[in-house]
Design a protein. Structure first.
Length: 520
């Protein structure tokens, strides 16, 4: 049995009416993304690997065989159900095969980012208790001295064997994905085999019902992160949509356009930072049916630019490593609201709640009610942190928002909201406004301690190459477009901003910088 789609094109109310996860007692993601298709349509295209030299098609049969090869190598090293298997690979068929092989054995795959340095790798290896990592020759060098066995392509035998899939259910552990560490040390987020099913409705909505004839999906986001691994790779494979695998040494607008053209891409997930870089580079990419973006809220100006650059309306979505794809826009189903991050996806109850756990009017904490198939099982070996993530039956995202009807607008991280002269100010709206200025490439906005106002709004701005703008010009730009109380009273021009590996501005570092300025 192969998965088709969970949602059919319909108005929003019809999508939510009567929705049920209907999770089977026996569930394994290896069957969902590979084995089911390999048994019924082995010649169907699973992955299109695009390199500067060529575009190569990998079928589900090919992927099944390669994953069996990896599985045999894991068995040889004694991997059993519940063991953790690291995957240190960029976008490639082997990366997909490694996760599939681990899941088929009932093991827990642990994605690792190729740009991690020794300390970041060591902390995750030690915390997860990793004994084996599937990687490439570059990864072998990165892992030297860290006490793990490495499996590379050269270790794979000619035959993968035919051992039966280990019996697993929706709640059995399958994935250990580490947070990007924007609010403290990275934590291991443990997910069960139901997590992929939990992604389907949101992925389908954000791509105007992914799974239409001719769909081909890609993202420049690395497959080491939940956004690349589940929003694109595994969901695409499960739905039967070919997934483009392409590695860029450094993000560039021309490379994006080339990959989309050579891979026949019709559906793409661009993180907000990628969109801003494409806009700064004057990119125009044709032939797309859907563009999705998530991680930070986009403003009206970016949405307008997207319509011009891509010929489609960008669908924003929202989620996090602990519970992903829970809010989404869907231009094919309802009108997009600029500044909003979407409506609750079928199967997920999302609301803005108050301190007592009640759904509230006005600003509050964005939270997700227990029962979502995408919700994590626990923080790895951290029961106190797991308990602190919940307020009653609601999982706290750590983000602040405002709900109007079914639509939720993102205000900012709970610890990012700026309190100035009695006003609570979200940095995202100010950043969006600054980004509409033709001289601004990117920016970060934080609260700077102030004895008089509690905090003032401070902006750190990176200008486009060759562009010029003064503090007064940018200050007035915001003041005349937003509000008299929320413009940046101080602006610092910098060469770059601190960012996570997923492209999000690390505001806590900017806040620490602003606090040091006061002390000095």
């Amino acid at each position: 049995m192969t998965y088709r789609t969970m949602l059919r094109p319909a108005p929003y109310d019809a999508l939510r009416k009567g929705f049920d996860w209907d999770l089977p007692a026996s569930l394994n993601m290896a069957h969902q993304v590979c084995d089911g298709w390999a048994a019924t349509e082995p010649d169907r295209t699973a992955i299109i690997e695009v390199t500067p030299e060529r575009a190569r098609r990998i079928t589900y049969g090919d992927l099944w065989y390669r994953s069996r090869q990896v599985e045999a190598a894991l068995i040889e090293r004694g991997v059993m159900k519940g063991d953790r298997v690291g995957v240190l690979l960029s976008q490639s068929p082997l990366c997909a095969a490694a996760h599939i092989a681990a899941w088929r054995l009932g093991a827990i795959s642990v994605p690792l980012f190729k740009l991690f340095q020794t300390d970041a790798l060591r902390s995750r290896i030690e915390d997860a208790g990793l004994g084996v990592v599937v990687t490439d020759l570059e990864g072998v060098a990165q892992l030297a001295g860290l006490g793990v066995a490495c499996i590379t392509r050269s270790d794979l035998g000619a035959s993968g064997g035919t051992r039966a899939m280990v019996e697993t259910g929706p709640e059995d552990a399958a994935l250990l994905s580490y947070t990007s560490g924007t609010t403290g040390a990275p934590k291991g987020v443990l997910h069960g085999h139901r997590v992929l099913t939990g992604h389907f409705p949101g992925v389908e909505m954000s791509h105007d019902f992914l799974g239409q004839p001719g769909d081909v999906i890609w993202t420049p986001a690395d497959w080491a992160w939940i956004g690349g691994l589940f929003n694109v790779l595994m969901s695409g494979l499960a739905i039967g949509v070919p997934v483009v695998a392409a590695r860029m040494a450094k993000f560039s607008a021309p490379d994006c356009a080339r990959i989309c053209h050579e891979g026949g891409v019709r559906n793409v997930f661009f993180p907000p930072t990628a969109l801003r870089m494409l806009k700064a580079g004057g990119a125009r990419i044709g032939g797309l049916r859907s563009v999705a973006s998530g991680g930070e809220a986009l403003g009206a100006e970016m949405l307008d630019w997207g319509r011009e650059a891509f010929g489609v309306t960008i669908n924003e979505f929202y989620g996090q490593t602990e519970c992903n794809m829970v809010l989404s826009s869907c231009g094919a189903s309802f009108d997009t609201v600029p500044g909003a991050i979407g409506r609750p996806v079928p199967g997920h109850q999302v609301a803005v709640i108050g301190a007592g756990g009640q759904i509230c009017d006005g600003e509050g904490d964005i939270a997700i009610r227990r029962g979502s198939a995408a919700m994590f099982l626990e923080y790895w070996r951290k029961p106190e942190a797991t308990a602190a993530k919940f307020r009653g039956d609601w999982m706290l995202t750590g983000d602040r928002g405002v709900q109007t009807g079914e639509t939720i607008r993102f205000v900012g991280r709970d610890d990012d909201v700026i309190t100035s002269s009695g006003y609570r100010i979200g940095p995202g709206e100010i950043e969006d406004c600054l980004l509409t200025h033709p001289a601004v490439a990117t920016c970060g906005v934080v609260g700077k301690p102030c004895a008089l106002r509690t905090e003032i709004v401070k902006a750190y701005v990176v200008l486009k190459t060759g562009a010029q703008a003064s503090e007064d010009v940018l200050r007035d730009w915001v003041k005349t477009r937003l509000a008299g109380h929320s413009y940046p009273r101080e602006i610092a021009f910098v060469e770059n901003l601190p960012m996570t590996v997923t492209g999000k501005v690390i505001r806590k570092e900017l806040k620490a910088r602003a606090a040091r300025e006061v002390e000095e």
